[in-house]
Unconditional design. Sequence first.
Length: 161
Amino acid sequence: MSDAYTHKSVHCYEKRVSIPTYPAQEPDPNPMFLEKRVYQGSSGKVYPNPFTDRVSLTKEEKSWRAIFLENEFVQLMILPEIGGRIHTATDKTNQYDFFYRQSVIKPALVGLLGPWISGGVEFNWPQHHRPSTYMPVTLPLSTTLKEAARSGSASTIPCCA
């Protein structure tokens, strides 16, 4: 199994990237029912998911798994450990980041389950700041992205929460 795939003008590969991070603390082990918590248009119910209500005050360098998908014009960096979000998107013709590039990962506690970060693009279904916005997703480079690149349909990035 190779960690990279190139076909025509599409290249996808995986590598570790170091990003200054304020880690989210462990979630509360007790379920939070929050029956009366209306949250940005949702019911606010999070049970049976754990709820995180604290973020570290200390920044540390953290190594994150990153999936890169690029052609001659655009480079995307996807962080599967943080909801499969597109963390960076760069126009390679002028080195312009066409989405906000967050240089540090410092969660705000505004997500349905707590941690959420600004910048990039997050998958927001069925609502904004969905419950799994800060949870790891499965993104198998060896099959999903390689097949998309091989078929020429690498404009879509499938993720499974």
